[in-house]
Design a binder for this molecule. Structure first.
Ligand code: CAA
Length: 629
């Protein structure tokens, strides 16, 4: 179903953050709390920081007025949910209270409305049972601060209809979030390893392995983060860590038991941790090994238990927790043999409550890496959507992305069900922000040549895959990103898209086809101006240049791209593929050669079932469904 109107039940910290995220993306949101003063406080929580951004010149007063006008506060459940397509509860983390809220909302919501819970620790399946629509209930777990943090876990309960998960993934993307689907297990994906990571830090303190300053400093270094576990607990609230660890302990046993020192800090000391002091680097390794061992062990189990994929667990860490790398990327970087050894050490201490993933044992034995595809392939009918999935680096193209792109293009090309490809970027910010500058920075001439060859080859394979390719440019299309789009047959751009070939600002020039395909599309003079100045240009200018076919409001981009892809997919696939080849080859040769090619290609169409079937259907005034044969 299409989600247009949203109700958020609960105007506290999380509720108002969630409401703000939707309103900012243009959704109408009804926010309900039990008392008018709570509703008002929720509004102030949203408006205060937004007005500050206006003062700082980061946004306009009109933009904030628009957001606030889309937020409707009420104390009346009926008023809040009656028209909503999506009802999100974000009330106090208590099963009874949440069940009551859902039961009440069930009485007033439309039959088709989806119910989502923002719980971080309760069972989605249990909550669903309190409603009249368990198949339409799922978890939508936002991370603090909900208006800003991009991560959302989309949790399928036991009875959740997969289409509901799909709708929630789509709506999460529409509001600029990075959704990761997870199973309904304690802690879902992220808290399952993050909370024990914090707990392990306290155990290290309790056991005298290191002091607070050393543990924080070692953690920052190992995980590439701005705050260590103790600093973080002070910011988010120490009791919350204890509560979360207790939930996991109840679900998974001894290895997850809260550190006694954590219980003491919350229940006896009742205060934040005392920070400060000089870290002792001599103890860093011991601290890192333990924190990494716990993290790797749990992350690998999450995949084995089917809670989330390795790619999504990594996304949870990088997008939600702002770690420099996810656990799987870290294991690959250090080698799975060493990662396994760290996990085995933790396992030796806890036994059955900290099992070792069989896959990690298998990979570790050969020191082989985890497979972490950075390009997703999702099929919808005859359309394959390829998403460059590296949002933490704005989908920048590194060798791994380019290899994965090749793999997915080959899979889509070989799949007889797939007739059209749509290429887009994960998140709302970037299509692809170019080739990976961090990885290129230190390349030698020979290495750079190899990398550029790979980029050219991957992009050329996309261009020559034999099926039409639509680029849905959803944000920055810079450098190699624009060059990849130029190899697609049709480019649709969101009104937020921004284009540039910034290479000459980096001491190089476009190398993934930009100097060749751009002049063919916009003429040599314009192409040279854009390449030489490296200036940015928006979607409207790209359209005026004939670089994009159409500019679409950001929220409608994928819908439009899919509509276009489906309109193409209805037609004879072989004829469409040959037409693509005729047009492309014709552009590179003189007219006579082009016409000769066209003659061959169109003649081949007469050897297809689709030509016979559809012409016969025309003559007999019946219909023919294209077979791709
Ligand atoms: N390579 C590697 N990392 C990149 C990247 C790139 N091309 N673009 C963005 N990122 C990373 C950033 O380093 C940052 O990572 P950290 O959080 O670890 O710091 C993360 O993505 C988010 O980016 P920003 O914080 O910079 O986001 P912003 O909104 O402030 O700016 C931007 C967005 C204007 C696109 C800016 O990121 C930018 O200028 N990126 C580089 C664009 C560019 O020059 N591309 C051309 C590359 S050269 C090329 O493509 C050669 C070729 O022909 C093949």
């Amino acid at each position: 179903m299409a989600i247009h109107k949203v109700a958020v039940l609960g105007a506290g910290n999380m509720g108002s953050g969630i409401a703000q995220a939707f309103a900012q993306a243009g959704f109408d949101v009804h926010v309900r709390d039990v008392k008018p003063e709570l509703v008002q406080k929720g509004r102030e929580r949203i408006e205060g920081p937004l007005r500050k951004r206006v003062e700082q010149g980061k946004t306009s007063a009109a933009e904030v007025d628009g957001i606030m006008a889309r937020l409707h506060g009420t104390t009346d459940v009926h008023e809040a949910v009656k028209d909503a397509d999506l009802v999100i509860e974000a009330v106090f983390e208590d099963l009874k209270v949440k069940k009551e809220v859902f039961a009440e909302a069930s009485k007033h919501a439309k039959a088709g409305a989806i119910f989502a819970t923002n719980t971080s620790s309760l069972s989605v399946t249990d909550l669903a049972a309190a409603t009249d629509r368990p198949r339409q209930v799922a978890g939508l777990h936002f991370f603090f601060p909900a208006a800003v943090n991009k991560l959302v876990e989309v949790v399928a309960g036991r009875e959740t209809d997969p289409r509901v998960v799909d709708d929630l993934v789509k709506v999460s993307r529409a509001i600029g979030k990075v959704p990761i689907p997870t199973a309904d297990a304690y802690g879902f994906a992220v808290n399952r390893f993050f909370v024990p990571w914090v707990n392990e830090a306290v155990r290290l303190l309790e056991e005298g392995v290191a002091d607070v300053a050393t543990i924080d400093a070692a953690a920052k270094e190992a995980f590439g983060i701005g705050m260590g576990p103790f600093e973080l607990m002070n910011v988010t609230g120490v009791p919350i860590s204890l509560h979360a660890e207790r939930t996991l302990h109840a679900g998974f046993g001894a290895a997850y038991e809260p550190a006694r020192r954590l219980v003491h800090q919350v229940e006896v000391e009742k205060k934040d941790w005392t920070l400060g002091g000089a870290p002792d680097p001599a103890r860093f390794e011991a601290v890192k090994d333990r924190l990494l061992g716990v993290t790797f062990g749990i992350a690998a189990r999450l995949v084995e238990e089917g809670v989330a994929t390795a790619v999504d667990v990594d996304k949870g860490a990088t997008v939600g927790l702002r770690w420099a790398k996810g656990p799987f990327a870290m294991m690959n970087a250090m080698g799975t043999k060493k990662a396994l050894a760290l996990v085995e050490k933790v396992h030796a201490r806890w036994g059955a409550s900290f099992p070792v993933s069989q896959e990690l044992r298998r990979l570790g034995a050969a020191n082989a890496p985890w497979d972490l595809p950075l390009v997703r392939l999702e099929k919808e009918g005859h359309v394959a959507v390829l998403t460059i999935d590296r949002p933490e680096a704005l989908n920048a193209l590194n060798p791994k992305v380019l290899h994965d792109l090749q793999k997915q293009v080959q899979a889509a090309a070989a799949d007889p069900e797939v007739r059209v490809l749509v290429v887009t970027g994960e998140g709302q910010k970037a299509f692809i922000a170019g080739a990976d500058i961090k990885e290129m920075a230190t390349k030698s001439v020979a290495d750079a040549r190899r990398f550029t060859e790979l980029g050219q080859r991957a992009i050329r394979e996309l261009e020559l895959c034999g099926k039409p390719v639509v680029a849905a440019v959803n944000g920055f299309a810079f450098g190699g990103g624009l060059e990849l789009a130029l190899a697609c047959d049709i480019i649709l751009a969101s009104d937020k898209a921004l284009f540039a070939l910034p290479e000459v600002t980096l001491g190089i020039h476009p190398g993934f086809g930009g100097t060749q395909r751009l002049p063919r599309l916009v003429g040599p003079q314009k192409a040279k101006e854009l390449i030489f100045t490296a200036r940015r240009f928006d979607a409207a200018e790209a359209k005026a240049l004939g670089l994009v076919l159409d500019v679409v409001p950001a929220a409608d981009l994928m819908k439009r791209a899919m509509a276009l892809a489906n309109a193409i997919a209805k037609n004879a696939p072989i004829a469409v593929g040959l037409a693509k080849a005729s047009v492309n080859r014709g552009l590179d040769v003189d007219l006579n050669t082009g016409l000769a090619y066209e003659l061959e290609a169109v003649s081949q169409c007469f050897a297809t079932e689709d030509q016979k079937g559809s012409m016969d259907a025309f003559v007999k005034k019946t219909t023919w469904e294209m077979k791709g044969k």
